[in-house]
Ligand binder design. Structure first.
Ligand code: FES
Length: 97
């Protein structure tokens, strides 16, 4: 086996589609049990933090979430969270705009 065998097997995926930062912090939303929501993952929606179908053609898709109880939740606005659809603090380490 030489260094070129297996070439291409460990290559990173071809430039993944990057979401746009809609807001550099979370959106606080009061939800009711049973609310069925589509969180915008692309950052292009004009109805943040929810989907308005602006993702079409981007290769990104919204994340469906159903509220189990009445509560206040914080949806990610930077679209870089590791815990979609919620803020996990990643926005605090985003590079300066
Ligand atoms: S707003 Fe995206 S991680 Fe907080």
């Amino acid at each position: 086996m030489n260094e070129t065998s297996g070439q291409g097997q460990n290559q990173p995926p071809a430039s993944p589609v990057k979401a746009k930062v809609a807001q550099r912090g979370p959106y606080e939303v009061a939800v009711k049990a049973g609310d069925r929501l589509l969180w915008c993952a692309c950052g292009l929606s004009r109805t943040q933090p929810f989907c308005d179908a602006s993702h079409k053609g981007t290769g990104l898709k919204p994340v469906r979430w159903v509220a189990e109880k009445d509560e206040t939740v914080w949806f990610c606005g930077c679209k870089a969270t590791g815990g979609q659809p919620f803020c996990d603090g990643t926005h605090n380490s985003l590079p300066a705009a």
